[in-house]
Ligand binder design. Structure first.
Ligand SMILES: Nc1nc2c(ncn2[C@@H]2O[C@H](COP(=O)(O)OP(=O)(O)OP(=O)(O)O)[C@@H](O)[C@H]2O)c(=O)[nH]1
Length: 393
């Protein structure tokens, strides 16, 4: 009987505890304990919210992988290259004349110092001759200069520094010959553009000069088409393409190792089609054999002439290569009628006298000079500015 009463008491106590618990849980205004949430992973960027690529699918063989989700490919933004507006070519040589400092020190100052000495004996004249030869003036122009200077110094007698400078200025100008026609012929002929053929040994700065020239002409308000007929070197065509894109000039190119004449023809045709003022054709200057070069350049020129006139054959010559460069230039001058010289890297040499010797040797004027690596560092050659820069004015 006692054990029966005990069981009843336990049942009553349990029932009371249960009722209290229920009351606590569901009392008015009360809240159930929040369920435990798993910790939140940091939010993924949009494209990563899909299943990771290559993840194993549930219920599949462990070796089977799910193909990567197709992530919508966003088209890259269209980058429209900014077209540059290059400055006009006029006055560039004045702007760049300080770049002739090395020639000024070696040639201009050297001569001024020697000619200012009180006594000009044979030793001094030998030194003057040496300065001229070292600056690449060339043997025969040096002789004629020394002779002229000797005569004039005798006439002058005692010399003031101003007189020496004036004397030297006059003599250098005579040697450079300011009367030569240095105009770059780029005027179109009615419907047909003018054509400039750029020739020279690779490495002289030929492609760079072609690109710089295009900029200068565009700066002067002309419409230009470029022909990358140096098909021998793919990099040359790429380089030209970049130059063209920067200034909005069309570049016609062919397959690597293709026929340069066909590129020249296409470029001329494009020039006519687009009503361009000038077509500039960059050629490969492989000097493997003289006949090979003659055949190649001859063909390029003939093919252009089916559609237009070749107005300029511009020979690019590296001023730092001295007599070696001069010999190569002579080969080009023998195979094609050069009408002008573009003398590059004149900023990097003390041998400014090459202006005199190259004109004398080839009988054609220096029309353009390269005075730096910048895109607008190509200037129409101005003899007076050049001589004044040499003499430090
Ligand atoms: N300082 C200076 N550097 C120049 C001048 N002209 C060209 N160069 C540089 O000379 C370097 C060599 O040029 P090149 O190897 O001749 O290259 P390129 O112009 O493609 O010539 P090609 O091989 O004939 O096509 C380049 O870095 C040019 O920027 C110049 O007038 N002055």
């Amino acid at each position: 009987m006692e054990s029966y009463l005990g069981i009843v008491v336990i049942v009553v106590v349990v029932a009371l505890l249960a009722a209290g618990g229920l009351f606590l849980l569901f009392r008015p205004g009360g809240r159930a304990a929040p369920p435990m949430e798993p910790p939140k992973a940091p939010p993924l960027p949009e494209e990563e919210r899909e299943a990771p690529s290559g993840s194993t699918a549930v219920g599949e063989e462990a070796t089977t992988t799910v193909p990567p989700p197709t992530v919508p490919v966003q088209a890259p933004p269209v980058v429209v290259p900014e077209i540059e507006i290059p400055p006009p070519s006029a006055g560039r040589m004045v702007r760049l004349r300080a770049r002739l400092a090395r020639s000024q020190n070696a040639l201009g100052r050297g001569l001024l110092d020697l000619l200012s000495r009180d006594r000009l004996d044979d030793d001094v004249w030998d030194e003057i001759e040496e300065v001229l030869i070292t600056a690449d003036v060339g043997v025969s122009p040096t002789r004629s200069m020394v002779e002229d200077l000797r005569t004039q110094v005798k006439v002058l007698g005692s010399r003031t520094p101003e007189e020496v400078r004036a004397l030297l200025r006059k003599e250098l100008l005579t040697q450079i010959n300011p009367d030569m026609d240095r105009t770059l012929h780029t005027t179109p002929h009615g419907e047909r553009p003018a054509v400039v053929l750029v020739v020279g040994v690779n490495g002289t700065g030929k492609t760079t000069t072609t690109g710089k020239l295009a900029r200068a002409l565009i700066g002067d308000g002309k419409k230009v088409v470029l022909g990358a007929a140096d098909t021998f070197r793919a990099a040359a065509a790429d380089q030209l393409q970049t130059w063209g894109e920067r200034v909005g000039a069309d570049v016609v190119r062919g397959p690597e190792g293709g026929d340069p004449a066909s590129v020249a023809f296409d470029a001329t045709a494009r020039g006519i089609e687009e009503k361009a003022d000038v077509v500039i054709v960059d050629t490969a200057g492989r000097l493997h054999t003289k006949t090979g070069l003659m055949d190649e350049l001859g063909k390029v020129k003939r093919v252009i002439e089916k559609k237009a006139t070749v107005d300029e054959v511009l020979l690019v010559l590296d001023a730092t290569t001295g007599q070696n460069g001069m010999r190569q230039a002579q080969v080009f001058a023998e195979v094609v009628d050069v009408t002008g010289i573009a003398l590059t890297k004149l900023d990097g040499t003390a041998k400014g006298g090459i202006v005199i010797s190259v004109q004398r040797e080839l009988g054609v004027p220096v029309k353009l000079v390269g005075l730096g690596e910048g895109p607008d560092d190509l200037a129409p050659f101005d003899p007076e500015v050049f001589v004044d820069a040499l003499l430090g004015e």
